[in-house]
Ligand binder design. Structure first.
Ligand code: NAD
Length: 262
């Protein structure tokens, strides 16, 4: 019943080399999307593309640093070159709050200009570049189009470190404001807001986590489970597809109830 939700759609996914981006590449391709998988990490990207193509899907890798406008524009151009158009832009790439030397999250008062610039450039400006590049292409092909961003529950509540929470909060409200600006052109803008996931992100970057750490991460969610990257990808699929044709400006939590209250 739910096969082929993105049949024939041309989709760019940033941060496609790992975590949510890889899960979404797998899922979207399974639903018939034709993909441009974009990431700074070329080896991870190659693994994602191989995963998709070996399962019969269509995907091409594009090295892209979302903090660079020209790279993001090139990823959109690659979709147009390969598939003739762009239907869905999924701005998913993101990085965690910086760590201090001891591996714990650095305190806000200690955050340096470089740390602030990095998080703003990737998590905030990178999404803005993706939205701008997509909208320009949507207009060039006559209007209509879908933008999905990965924000975070950290953009809805004060959580995940001040820098990270600030950049994700910006993405949360950007989707609302941008949705208003482009609704008349039938361009939809929505965010997926995941809770705690175990990916290469943050603490996961240092390798597999001990069981007790995972158990504590699970307990953060009222439902008692860490969020699987595929949970977030499922929400992104819903927002990218015609299933959500009358939904725009939404921040959809995939957080086991974390943002709903205590
Ligand atoms: N892991 C969590 O707990 C969690 C929770 C909520 C939201 N998120 C968000 O989910 C999204 C995906 O994160 P993930 O958990 O899958 O992490 P991940 O680290 O597994 O994947 C992120 C991907 O983004 C890529 N990337 C990083 N900087 C980039 C850049 N400048 N340009 C292009 N690609 C870049 C990385 O190479 C990596 O492949 C991020 O936006 C993150 O903020 C993560």
């Amino acid at each position: 019943m739910f096969e082929g939700l993105l049949k024939g759609r041309s989709v760019v996914i940033t941060g496609a080399g790992s975590g949510v981006g890889r899960a979404a590449s797998d899922l979207f391709a399974h639903h018939g999307a034709r993909l441009i998988c974009a990431d700074v990490q070329e080896e991870w990207l190659a693994e994602t593309v191989s995963l998709v193509t070996s399962a019969g899907g269509e995907a091409r890798a594009v090295r892209c640093d979302v903090a660079r406008r020209a790279d993001v524009q090139a990823a959109v151009a690659a979709a147009v070159e390969a598939y003739g158009r762009l239907d869905v832009m999924y701005n998913n790439a993101g990085v965690a709050s910086p760590s201090s030397d001891g591996g714990r999250m650095a305190k806000f008062v200690d955050n340096t200009d470089e740390q602030m610039d990095r998080l703003i450039a990737i998590n905030m400006r990178g999404v803005m570049y993706g939205c701008q590049a997509a909208i320009a292409q949507f207009r060039a092909q006559g209007g209509g189009g879908v933008i999905v961003n990965t924000a975070s529950v950290a953009g809805m509540i004060g959580w995940g470190g001040v820098l990270y929470s600030s950049t994700k909060g910006a993405v949360v409200n950007m989707a609302r404001a941008l949705a208003m600006e482009v609704a008349a052109e039938n361009i939809r803008v929505n965010n997926v807001c995941p809770g705690t996931m175990i990916t290469r992100f943050g603490a996961g970057a240092r390798g597999p986590l001990p069981d007790n750490v995972v158990e504590n991460m699970a307990k953060l969610q009222p439902l008692g489970r860490v969020v699987d990257p595929m949970d977030a990808a499922n929400a992104a699929l819903f927002l990218a597809s015609d299933m959500s044709v009358n939904i725009t400006g939404l921040n959809l939590p995939v957080d086991g109830g974390l943002s709903a209250g205590r």
